[in-house]
Design a protein around this ligand. Structure first.
Ligand SMILES: Nc1ncnc2c1ncn2[C@@H]1O[C@H](COP(=O)(O)OP(=O)(O)O)[C@@H](O)[C@H]1O
Ligand SMILES: [Mg+2]
Length: 483
């Protein structure tokens, strides 16, 4: 966080009041009460205040909304900073009285950079500032003069970590209460309209700074082709029909009275490509807002659904749901988080274009809960271990640019019966390593490295050897593998 005078960016002439910066002696700076009274008039202290709050991660959107609202409103305004606001609990109405401003004064505008897009994109947001918006005379269009609009004051405050300010808040004071309410409603609406999260892949993390804090972070959307995903014939088509098809035919489905909301469950052994499939689907839905919830952030499912509803079309991804299904810490024998997830899935409007995509390695743990809450998941797909054809395709995929000797592929495919896709991938990597170890460094080609059938055999021997029982389990292979 830094403190600097900020111009208000209005198209009309503005003054930035920054006589004192935050470090200066507050007593020497103009009083906040005087500034507010000068703007709102002597009755300022009697003016009601309308308050709106948002979750911390909405700060960037609230700033965008305030900026847009000011531009639309068109009246001149100035932005006034507050010195000495940190760790202080106060509201706009407190500032109308001298007694409420102790230790605070007009100061430089304190700002904070908030993430606004993938990569390191950020946007500067006001951490604590008063927008003094002028009143305007009603336009005179000949026949009649519209009522003049009285002046307004907006107090914008970002979240203070560990401070008395858990939320982002906006307080609006105006002698015309309806006008203040209207502005509040409009800014609330605009915060959704301008949301920087729309159409991006975002992950909800657990709190870092206390029980109320949740963090959203941007992720790059994966880029994947269909060829990179080896699944039994027809399986991906089924998933795509359910997820992408509904997305494509959204308007027609609604017109014919069909709901859009859908729940897809991918289950199967670890390492078979459930996460891989999720990544592929994300890459196929470039316009869709993707909200990834990790199992430890699942109690934020309510907030995640709220974002999904606001920024639809949206995909809510909850991976490894079995982990939460097994969390029996809160209630005897119950799985409260899982039930909460299922309830949230049910609570969302059917015509919301929201897909829930769940994955699990342990469908047995999940099944009782899903059976008790029918209709939440309308497409459950088993992602199986690859069969012989699948293993052959995987060998082909993961050989990449290698000169891989597959003259005895049949034996290899037979020997790898029961392994996962990720095992095949690791097998090729190990064989490549063995090949590299056996080459003279100077002779290693830039591309097309030769990996012989012997290298593959040696790698498989290592992975199937007794010392690698745990490795096998981790990669997803039968306990004992024979040759
Ligand atoms: N069906 C598949 N097709 C191609 N590659 C796969 C497949 N399954 C797994 N892999 C490879 O193995 C890695 C781990 O798989 P992952 O999708 O994380 O497994 P899961 O989520 O089912 O436990 C993937 O990143 C990918 O490189
Ligand atoms: Mg996974």
């Amino acid at each position: 966080m830094s403190s600097l005078p900020m111009s208000s960016g209005s198209q009309v002439a503005t003054i930035t009041v920054g006589k004192a910066n935050a470090d200066a002696d507050p007593d020497a700076a103009p009083g906040l009460t005087e500034v507010l009274t000068a703007h709102l008039g002597p009755e300022a202290a009697l003016i009601p205040v309308t308050t709106v709050t948002w979750a911390p991660y909405e700060h960037v959107n609230v700033q965008g909304a305030v900026d847009r609202w000011l531009a639309r409103n068109g009246a001149p305004f100035r932005l006034v900073g507050i010195a000495g606001f940190r760790h202080r609990s106060f509201g706009l109405s407190d500032l109308f009285h001298h007694s409420g401003t102790q230790g605070m004064a007009v100061g430089g505008v304190s700002v904070t950079d908030q993430p606004s897009g993938p990569g390191e994109q950020t946007r500067t947001c006001v951490q604590a500032g008063l927008y003094l918006v002028d009143g305007v005379d009603g336009p005179d269009d000949g026949d009649r003069t519209e009522d003049p609009r009285p002046p307004l004051v907006l107090l914008l405050r970002g979240t203070e970590q560990r401070g008395p300010q858990p939320d982002v808040s906006l307080e609006i004071a105006c002698s015309d209460r309806a006008l203040a309410r209207e502005a509040a409603a409009e800014i609330r609406r605009l915060a959704v309209e301008v949301s920087v999260y729309r159409g991006h892949v975002i992950e909800f993390g657990a709190e870092m700074f206390g029980p109320h804090q949740s963090v959203l972070s941007f992720h790059e959307r994966p880029v994947m082709t269909r060829e990179e995903l080896i699944l039994p014939p027809g399986m991906l088509e089924g998933i795509e029909a359910q997820i992408l098809g509904v997305n494509r035919h959204r308007a027609a489905l609604l017109a014919h009275g069909q709901h859009l909301k859908r729940g897809v469950l991918l289950f199967g052994p670890p390492g078979t490509g459930k996460t891989h499939t999720v990544r592929y689907l994300m890459s196929r839905l470039p316009e869709t807002t993707v909200i990834v919830l990790t199992a430890n952030a699942l109690r934020l499912i309510g907030q995640a659904c709220e974002i999904a509803r606001a920024l639809q079309p949206a995909l809510v991804v909850v991976e490894d749901v079995d982990l939460i299904a097994q969390d029996r810490s809160n209630h005897m024998n119950a799985t409260p988080l899982l039930f909460q997830l299922l309830n949230e899935m049910d609570g969302l409007d059917g015509d919301a274009d929201v897909t829930f995509l769940l994955t699990t390695n342990r469908v047995d743990v999940l099944e009782p809960a899903l059976a008790m809450r029918p209709g939440r998941v309308d497409h459950a797909v088993e992602v199986p271990l690859p069969d012989a054809t699948g293993r052959a395709r995987l060998l082909d995929l993961y050989r990449g640019g290698l000169d891989l000797d597959l003259s005895d592929a049949d034996t290899l495919i037979e020997r790898t019966a029961g392994v996962t896709a990720s095992f095949i991938k690791e097998l090729i990597r190990r064989a490549t390593l063995i090949s590299l170890e056996n080459q003279n460094h100077a002779e290693i080609p830039a591309t097309g490295l030769r990996v012989s059938a012997n290298h593959l055999d040696a790698a498989l021997d290592v992975l199937t050897g007794s010392r690698h029982a745990l490795t096998r389990r981790l990669l997803g292979a039968p306990e004992a593998m024979t040759d």
